[in-house]
Ligand binder design. Structure first.
Ligand code: FES
Length: 356
């Protein structure tokens, strides 16, 4: 038997016991289920030797400070661990009137149930297979449409049941146009009309009223984003998800850029540094705000740059709930018009920073 001391609490563990088992029982959260994909199950334990997984996700500085990933470790001796444990689950308060906020990404879909505020977000796998999406959809449109509707509908209904609601009064959708067309069962070659889509029932989702967030690509409104995460003007927000979104908020205009299907590899680290330098060029040194699932990784990428970097608790899915408010909607449309999307890879300044 060995002693595992977690935040000062002593637990006896058998030799060979996975550390994941012990930590999970004590309220530690494994964001990717302990599959070694996210690099976010961070603990501090200088008693554990770094593994290949640690070296893949953690910088030499963090490794020397004793930071490790918990999901591949096994107890072979007594050890001390410090980590963040989640608070005990809050009791569920039933909601009579609710809305759903749905954000469809290329790989994952976030479905949030909103009462007075966002109560819970469930992340599910996007059932559509991106590389052959357009081709498959042309061949068999109804199967893709049904798969997408069923995934969102089923999760929505599960959330209604959990919170004692009957249906959503509004579903707010944020998605690339291709997913909206598929949801509506429309041809990909047709033009999608955002205005007409409000309130129409052809999406087959459990609601009477749909609201489509006006967007360019995956971008959904600079000032709103800034407001809901309390950003100051002239700061740079990076939403660190599979699509990494950069948003520079200025007094009048915003500048946005994306890295699509970002794999957060060493190459991505170089690109992130070059992108931050690009946004800082000719502008006052920005404060960089990070949100999203991979914010920890991006924080490491930027540690050597001379900018303050701040991680935000909020993520895109909680911002979506803010967008359900009527006051924000017209402002959101104006915002989209005040935003220029930069194509970073075609940009000479970005390329200069990337190769220097
Ligand atoms: S839980 Fe994702 S890497 Fe450990």
């Amino acid at each position: 038997m060995h002693n595992v001391i977690i935040n000062g609490k002593k637990i006896s563990a058998q030799d060979g016991c996975p550390l994941k088992e012990i930590l999970e029982k004590n309220g530690f959260n494994f964001p990717c289920g302990g599959t070694g994909k996210c690099g976010r199950c961070r603990i501090t334990s200088p008693d554990l030797a770094p593994t290949a997984l640690d070296e893949r996700f953690l910088s030499p500085r963090l490794l020397s400070e004793g930071v490790r990933l918990a999901c591949d470790k096994v107890v072979t001796s007594s050890l001390t661990v410090s980590c963040e444990l989640s608070a005990p689950a809050k009791p569920i308060t039933p909601i009579k009137e609710c809305s759903l906020a749905v954000s469809i990404g290329d790989e994952e879909i976030d479905v949030g149930i909103v009462g007075e505020e966002l109560c819970e977000t469930v992340t599910l796998k996007n059932p559509l297979f991106l590389p052959t999406l357009a081709e498959d959809y042309e061949k068999n449109p109804s199967s893709a449409t049904n798969a997408l509707r069923a995934a969102i509908g089923k999760t929505g209904v599960e959330l209604f049941e959990k919170y004692g609601a009957a249906k959503a009064s509004v579903i707010a959708l944020a998605a690339k146009e291709v997913y909206l067309k598929i949801l509506a069962g429309q041809k990909l070659s047709e033009t999608f009309d955002y205005e007409c889509s409000s309130g129409r029932e052809t999406f087959g989702l459990p609601t009477e009223s749909l609201y489509i967030l006006p967007g360019k690509g995956d971008f959904i409104g600079g000032e709103i984003f800034a407001e809901s995460v309390n950003l100051k003007e002239r700061s740079l927000l990076i939403d660190c998800e599979k699509t990494a979104t950069f948003l520079h908020i200025d007094e009048k205009d915003n500048l946005a850029a994306f890295f699509w299907n970002c794999d957060y590899s060493d190459v991505a680290a170089e690109c992130f540094r070059a992108a931050v330098k690009f946004f800082a060029e000719d502008k006052p040194a920005p404060c960089v705000y990070l949100c999203g699932r991979y914010a920890d990784k991006v924080e490491d990428y930027l540690s050597e740059l001379p900018f303050p970097v701040i991680q935000l608790e909020k993520s895109l899915s909680s911002v979506v709930s803010a967008l359900l408010s009527f006051r924000q909607r017209s402002k959101l449309s104006r915002e989209c018009n005040a935003t220029t999307v930069v194509r970073l890879y075609d940009n000479e300044t970005f390329q200069k920073f990337l190769t220097e």
